[in-house]
Design a protein around this ligand. Structure first.
Ligand code: PLP
Length: 865
């Protein structure tokens, strides 16, 4: 029988235990072991069977049990102490509070998914986990971030396998009342209502749930509300579910609704309005359109000026070079949603369409591209590793024609992971007791054998491996039962995997480029590695395929079928339903973390960082973060066959290289033991990894970098254009600099067709120039009606290749020498020849204005020749 309505009855806590409610609701427990211990001590069995969920645990306690607890003075004192500790965490000054003046008062962080704890299953993979780690680390650093996302009625899916090894998806209904969420209400108690206009006069309504991620509030919009018609209720039913139109509706709710949610949050709590808006991938791009709409509607700004004001305050992070990871909608569909009376009143639909138009060489004029809109709305943009920065500059170079790829204005901030979430508590405990705080922070303490001895470190690594083996057996047994095996057939599971065998892990989503089955390329060779008589290897594998991706599902099936074979099933297992909880045991338990994407499609990858933080060694293609930080001693690089065009042949080559490494390097080193039975060289690599990668891979490092290189400059740029945040008047005057900048840009664009480099002269060096000689350059240019100080005339100089292309170059501004009639001018300057070898130079004209973030800001350039 199906219920027609459901709700969750909340437990009323006795007043002596009231603090438990706050401790359960603030998700800091998810990375604070003492708080988890407090909950576990209430009822260890229920704690485990409820999946370590404080809200579920409290909900399961009857009044009698609560009365007993309330009468237990010792317990009540522990609750009070935990609450006091939480309050200190929430209120004491932290890194940000001493990081400098003029930092933004608040930063909004938009993401379609947030992976904070498995209790809140609102994520599918790396993007969401990164967003969760960003919020947690911002909280630890005291950075005033506010997260904005959607609440999905059944989150992502739960994965299981059928008898044939085919992925089966189920969508458990999530009841927000049973989650650590609070419904935001108006002062009169009504739920806050956010609405966004839809075509045909319909309206999409949403309620707003808030989660407390330590100090950081996370606002989640939920369309499953009675005010909506049935179709609108389903808009937020699933993460990345549904077709293009539902995705567009989700993204309108996230972006447009998200800005409205922020306003409601500020109105009701007094929180300052964000000064910076950071969008995690393009999905939330409409937030910029709504902010433009606010300025048009509220301050009466023209579109162009509003765009400048919004851009200055926006940071866009691109996360993938894989085209399928970028949302593109039919232009007509976007026009239908953003036309007259649509989602964002006040912004002409033609201007919106222009923001996402692929009007560049190779673009599709019928599509609206969310990443392109992200770049046009983001005054600052970045990729997520140094390599991904390069790849992104190449990928989006067509948006900045005439510029060298190195000048495409996309930088990089390498991802990081939140250590308190991902470091096993045993390892953390050992580190805290043996290393002093400075050694802990620098990582150097791990190199001191008298702090943690080899035997002790190895014993700990074994404990982590054993913990994984135990967890894997439990999961494996459950999965085999679901696939139809009887308990009598499952005796072998007790011996599946071993706590003493070299353990290699591979777990991540299963898009094709991550190549889940590369290891199966030569099944016999893999079999030999697994069953090696002296140096066996065991593999623990997990990952979900997107429900619509049958190719991914068939990869999983191939793997499961291989792992089902009786001769290897004790050495290779596929564990269904990869999630944060599994990762927290899997990653610390693996000796080696395998990653073999098709380079350079892995923008960063973060699971290998979690492994490194636990002393795991990475075995990876040089892609994403590993390309940057592999140093020869912290793991192994799988050689890539970049440039081999035949994909089958490339897989063959790279798989063979992988087998060779495992057979000849990884396994011999793991099994090379001294007289005490310790793998001393291996342990040296573990220490080196903990010491050198440990500090770098942390999300606190990442968030601090975002603050310094993106948030702080964005806030300053925004204040320069729209006045200080305290300026109360919303009048157009406050925005005069933005109006002027927009007018200046319009004038430059309008005149740009008349800009020309007429003639370039040089002198000062003889036929055989020498290092130290000075080259005199003079450029005669036409500027139309532009003034000389509207432009920079630059000489680009540096090394040239055989084709006379400048391979690396520097730009130097030439000074105005003389003005002639009809907009013609001469610019000149001297260049010192600093290095020997082939040298070349050229001259160009670019717009110049103090508010431009990069030389390519307007995308306008006139090159000589
Ligand atoms: C870290 C993590 C990911 C991301 O892994 P990548 O290696 O970046 O692909 C995905 N899912 C879960 C559960 C994770 O913990």
């Amino acid at each position: 029988m199906r219920a027609i309505r459901r709700f969750t009855v909340r437990t009323l806590l006795p007043s002596a235990l009231a603090d438990l409610d706050e401790l359960a609701r603030n998700l800091r427990w998810s990375w604070h072991a003492p708080t988890r211990d407090l909950f576990a001590s209430i009822d260890a069995d229920r704690w485990v069977s409820g999946g370590g969920d404080p809200v579920a645990l409290l909900g399961s306690l009857g009044p009698d049990r609560l009365d007993v607890l309330a009468a237990d003075e010792e317990f009540v004192a522990r609750v009070r102490a935990a609450r006091a500790d939480l309050d200190r965490y929430l209120l004491d000054p932290r890194w940000y509070q001493a990081a400098g003046a003029d930092l933004p008062r608040s930063i909004a962080y938009f993401s379609p998914e947030f992976g904070i704890t498995s209790v809140l299953p609102q994520y599918s993979g790396g993007l969401g986990i990164l967003a969760g780690d960003h919020l947690k680390s911002a909280s630890d650093l005291g950075v005033p971030v506010v997260g904005v996302g959607l609440l999905y009625g059944s989150g992502y899916f739960r994965q299981s396998l059928n008898r044939d090894g085919w992925q089966v998806e189920t969508y458990p209904v999530i009841d927000p009342d049973g989650l650590p969420l609070t419904l935001l209400r108006e002062e009169d108690g009504r739920p806050v209502e956010i609405s966004v206009g839809l075509p045909q006069g319909r309206t999409l309504h949403a309620h707003l749930w808030t989660a407390a991620v330590g100090r950081v509030p996370l606002l989640l919009l939920d369309s499953d509300v009675p005010e909506n018609d049935d179709a609108a209720r389903r808009v937020t039913d699933r993460l990345y579910g549904g077709g293009g139109e539902q995705r567009l509706q989700q993204e309108l709710l996230l972006g447009v609704g998200g800005v409205r949610a922020l306003r409601a949050w500020s109105r009701l709590t007094g929180a300052p309005a964000p000064e910076v808006y950071h969008t995690n991938e393009g999905h939330a791009g409409f937030q910029g359109v709504e902010r433009i709409g606010e300025l048009v509607r509220g301050a009466g700004l023209p579109f162009g000026a509003a765009l400048e004001a919004v851009r200055a305050a926006t940071v866009f992070t691109t996360h993938t070079p894989v085209p399928a990871g970028i949302d593109r909608f039919p232009r007509d569909l976007v026009a239908a949603y953003l036309g007259e009376g649509g989602a964002v009143p006040g912004v002409p639909v033609a201007d919106v369409l222009d923001l996402g138009a692929e009007r560049y060489h190779g673009g599709d004029p019928t599509l609206f591209n969310m990443a392109v809109m992200g770049l046009r709305l983001g005054g600052r943009a970045n990729g997520v590793s140094v390599l991904h920065g390069h790849v992104s500059r190449d990928m989006f170079a067509a948006l900045w024609p005439g510029f060298d790829r190195s000048e495409v204005p996309i930088g990089s901030v390498t991802n990081g992971v939140h250590a308190p979430t991902w470091v096993d508590r045993r390892l953390q405990g050992l580190a805290e007791t043996r290393l002093d705080p400075a050694e802990l922070e620098s990582g150097a303490g791990w190199l001191r054998a008298d702090a943690v001895g080899d035997a002790e470190l190895w014993e700990l690594r074994r404990t982590l491996r054993a913990q994984l083996v135990a967890d894997a057996r439990t999961r494996l047994r459950a999965s085999c039962r679901l696939r139809g095996a009887t308990p009598a057939e499952l005796g072998w599971v007790d011996d599946a995997l071993s706590p003493d065998v070299l353990t290699i892990g591979f777990a991540r989503r299963v898009p094709t480029y991550k190549r889940l089955t590369l290891m199966l390329r030569d099944p016999e060779r893999l079999r030999r590695l697994l069953l090696h008589p002296q140096r066996p290897v065991q593999l623990v594998i997990a990952g979900k395929s997107h429900p619509a991706d049958d190719q991914g599902k068939s990869l999983i099936q191939q793997l499961v079928r291989f792992a089902d074979a009786h001769d290897v099933r004790h050495r290779i297992v596929f564990l269904p339903n990869y999630d944060i909880a599994m990762a927290q045991t899997l990653l610390p338990g693996c000796d080696v973390w395998l990653n073999n994407p098709l380079r350079p499609l892995e923008a960063s990858g973060t699971s290998g960082m979690k492994s490194a933080l636990n002393g795991g060694l990475n075995l990876s293609i040089l892609d994403g973060w590993w390309d940057e930080w592999f140093d020869g001693e912290n793991g192994w690089a799988i050689p890539t066959a970049d440039g081999v065009d035949d994909p089958d042949r490339r897989d063959d080559l790279e798989a063979a290289a992988l087998y060779d490494l495992v057979e000849n390097a990884v396994a011999p080193r793991f099994y090379d033991r001294d007289e005490r039975g310790l793998p001393v060289t291996w342990l040296g690599m573990v220490r080196h990894t903990l010491a050198t990668l440990g500090p770098k891979v942390q999300a606190t490092r990442m968030v601090a970098e975002y603050v310094r290189s993106l948030y702080a400059p964005a806030a300053l740029a925004s204040r320069a254009l729209t006045g200080a945040p305290d300026d109360a008047d919303r009048h157009v005057d406050r925005h005069r600099p933005a109006v002027e900048l927009a007018a200046w840009k319009a004038r430059v664009r309008e005149q740009w067709g008349r800009v020309h480099v007429d003639h370039v002269e040089s002198g000062g060096v003889g036929d055989s120039p020498q290092v130290g000689d000075s080259l005199r350059v003079r450029a005669y240019v036409s500027l139309g009606d532009l003034r000389p100080d509207d432009v920079a005339v630059q000489v680009l100089h540096g090394r040239v290749d055989e084709e006379d292309d400048l391979t690396t170059f520097a730009a130097a501004d030439l000074g105005l020498v003389e003005e002639y009639e009809a907009g013609r001018c001469a610019f000149g300057g001297d260049l010192t020849l600093a290095a020997s070898g082939p040298f070349g130079y050229t001259v160009r004209v670019v717009p110049r204005h103090p508010a431009l973030v990069s030389v390519a800001d307007l995308g306008l350039v006139v090159n000589a020749g």
